[in-house]
Design a protein around this ligand. Structure first.
Ligand code: KMH
Ligand code: ZN
Length: 276
């Protein structure tokens, strides 16, 4: 495992509403401002969900393309677009996300209950999306919400080979109601079950599991994803006012573990991202 720490920020997500969380970055200007501040605080990659003029989740390819361009103009961050979207997005629109030519994209390794909803990722969709990432030279980040998703990653790599760039990077998304719990024990089990091809992994704990998961990930030599997609409070009753606070806290935790934050260029080499 690389000694330096990759901090990924997931600033927006698809689940919280602007009305409930006005500080959520939902416009392009807010996203760019957030990305710049998070980069200055130590983030190296941004995991992006975008919103429309009504602040609702959208996978509009024109908007996604403009977003990738704006993030590249204003930051050096590795730009990762979500192909998960919201639980209401159709599978074909989720494949079209790659038309926006990001550096990286999320790729969830199985269907999972998602609160009262279902986040659909049937096997045929996973393999179509994976082959598209290989064709388009986009580096996937395998999102693992459950131990079964780790098992499915073995199958995918066995059947379809390595990703573009030759590196295999995973993100454990823990504590979604329906997925694996956000505990150190679950993290250790998931890491132990990862295929030998995995070259790096990060973890994020949804809601109140955020610190447990971050500390467990650091203890196991993993990387961190943080952001308002995953948690909206710094402590009970203390709302996050800006994603930068979560990045700063992740960097501080990393420094306690003697892990300096990685630069975006170092993240590009860790992940095998295509040179621009
Ligand atoms: N919003 C969730 C349904 C991803 O970005 O790929 C899916 C999600 C995972 O956030
Ligand atoms: Zn996401």
């Amino acid at each position: 495992m690389n000694d330096k720490l990759l901090v990924t920020v997931a600033p927006t997500g698809a689940e919280s509403s602007k009305a409930d969380v006005p500080q959520l970055p939902t416009t392009l200007d807010e996203l760019v401002e957030t990305a710049r501040r998070c980069e200055a605080a130590g983030a190296a990659m941004v995991h992006v969900h975008i919103r429309d003029d009504d602040h609702l989740p959208t996978l509009d390819v024109g908007r996604l393309t403009d977003t990738v361009a704006a993030l590249r103009e204003n930051t050096d961050l590795v730009v990762q677009l979500s192909t998960g979207g919201s639980v209401h997005d159709p599978l074909d629109a989720r494949l079209e996300v790659l038309d926006a030519a990001p550096d990286s994209c999320s790729l969830t390794m199985g269907t999972v209950n998602f609160g009262d909803e279902v986040f659909m990722n049937p096997w045929g969709f996973i393999t179509d999306l994976y082959q598209l990432t290989q064709e388009r030279e986009v580096v996937p980040e395998f999102e693992l919400f459950d131990l079964g998703h780790v098992h499915a990653l073995h199958r995918l790599l066995r059947q379809h080979g390595l990703p573009y760039g030759g590196k295999v990077h995973c993100d454990l998304v823990m504590n979604v109601p329906g997925g694996m719990p956000g505990t150190a024990d679950a993290l250790v089990a998931a890491v132990a079950a990862m295929p030998p091809e995995v070259t790096s992994w990060s973890a994020t704990g949804i809601g109140r599991s955020t610190l447990t998961v971050a500390l467990a990930a650091l203890a196991k030599g993993g990387h961190l994803r943080v952001g308002m997609e995953d948690v909206l409070t710094l402590a009970k009753g203390v709302p996050v006012e800006h994603n930068e606070q979560l990045v700063t806290r992740a960097v501080e935790l990393g420094r306690l573990a003697q892990r300096e934050p990685m630069t975006p260029d170092e993240a590009r080499s860790l992940l095998g991202v295509r040179p621009q």
